[in-house]
Design a protein around this ligand. Structure first.
Ligand code: SAM
Length: 285
């Protein structure tokens, strides 16, 4: 049976706040979900920091395969929940797992809350969109007067898992095909987000956590990034060249993330969290 996924709302978020996005990438849910448990931990940690509110209308932006959306539905079973994503494959996977959520295929740059949101939640998605200076205040404007914006984004773009992608791109015969995909780090320092958002907030908490993921298997860091950031590079190449690119990248990763005697590979991964309440927290019942 085909899962129900509503076409997205193509209107802009609010007058004058359209956010340009990056070209869509093809997501592979099976590859992404190879590490579903460690990928879900930050979603759980973000959810745990939302307190004092009983949201009726929730939007999960960049909901992917719906793992975090399922946690939202479990915590607030009476809420109306919309999962928004632009990947048909991820949404199809999501719709298999979580009845009762409305899934919407939409580019987040074009997304518009059809009604003011009590909670906008986003785990590991907004770093795919550029121009946070415009994007995040627009999201705050989509909140109801006592609404909450809760988001998490990776902030590990200076780690070898990512810098070695750029190094591999620049040192191989694929350079001219891939170099335009390299771009500056999409996530700024925490102080940037505080300066941007605190004036719009009744309350705001910003923090970072560096997870130490304990991975197993061959070249697990390559397998991890292949489910997310690396995929856009691989999909530009034909199968044979993609294989050579992956092997080159994996070889570089092995000295940065050595395979340990106990069979594991340690993968430190830093993430930035923001929980913003539009009203002063004491007014939030
Ligand atoms: C790393 S996954 C996170 C999925 C989910 N939030 C989770 O925690 O498992 C990022 C998701 O963001 C979506 N995404 C990225 N850019 C997007 C855009 N411009 N519009 C809509 N969705 C986007 C991708 O399709 C993908 O499903």
């Amino acid at each position: 049976m085909r899962p129900a996924v509503a076409p997205g709302n193509r209107r802009t978020m609010a007058a004058g706040t359209r956010i340009a996005g990056l070209p869509g990438m093809i997501w592979n849910p099976a590859q992404y979900l190879k590490f579903s448990q460690p990928r879900l931990q930050p979603a759980i940690d973000l959810l745990a920091r939302i307190s004092g509110c009983e949201p009726a209308r929730i939007y999960d932006l960049g909901c992917g395969a719906g793992d975090a959306t399922r946690l939202l539905a479990r915590r607030w079973p009476r809420a109306s929940i919309v999962g928004v994503d632009n990947s048909p494959a991820m949404l199809a996977q999501a719709a298999l797992q979580q009845p009762g959520v409305r899934w919407m295929q939409c580019h987040l740059g074009d997304w518009h809350a059809d009604q003011p949101a009590d909670l906008i939640y986003s785990n590991a998605a907004l770093h795919w969109l550029p121009d946070h200076r415009q994007l995040l205040p627009a999201l705050v404007r989509s909140l109801a007067p006592e609404g909450v914006l809760a988001l998490q984004m990776p902030r590990n773009f200076g780690a070898p898992s990512h810098t070695l992608i750029a190094e591999t791109v620049r040192s191989g015969p694929w350079r001219s095909k891939l170099e335009d995909l390299l771009r500056p780090t999409p996530v700024a320092v925490p102080e940037f987000y505080y300066a941007l958002l605190a004036p719009l907030a009744g309350g705001i908490e910003i923090w970072e956590t560096e997870y130490l993921h304990v991975l197993s298997g061959d070249d697990p860091v390559k397998e991890w990034t292949k489910g997310s950031w690396l995929a856009q590079f691989i999909e530009r190449l034909d199968v044979a060249e993609a294989g050579r690119f992956e092997q080159d990248y994996a070889r570089r990763l092995r000295s940065a993330y050595p395979h340990r005697a106990d069979g594991t590979t340690l993968f430190p991964f830093r993430r930035l969290f923001i929980v913003l309440s539009k009203a002063e927290p004491s007014r939030c019942t």
